[in-house]
Design a protein. Structure first.
Length: 87
């Protein structure tokens, strides 16, 4: 269900990074080149599966909590074969 002209998940080099904001952990998902609509759908799905909050800021998905490994697994299931967790 990708829109015409959008990039396939396997062609996107997605990087996932867990970082701190104050005393809370957040997980950043960068490198998505799909349309903003597809990113919003992906964010909504990740938030519901992880049971947490999140937002999209300048095309980067930010999820509350340290969910790096889980997000990598979920993205690989969805076809983002080049998704990797940055340390």
């Amino acid at each position: 269900t990708f829109q015409s002209g959008s990039t396939l998940p396997a062609d996107q080099s997605v990087q996932i990074k867990v970082s701190k904001r104050g005393n809370k952990s957040i997980t950043l998902v960068r490198g998505l080149t799909s349309s903003m609509e597809d990113r919003k759908k992906l964010l909504k799905e990740l938030k519901s599966k992880l049971g947490g909050g999140g937002a999209m800021i300048d095309g980067v998905l930010e999820l509350q909590g340290a969910h790096g490994e889980k997000i990598v697994e979920m993205l690989k299931e969805k076809g983002y074969s080049s998704a990797k967790l940055l340390k």
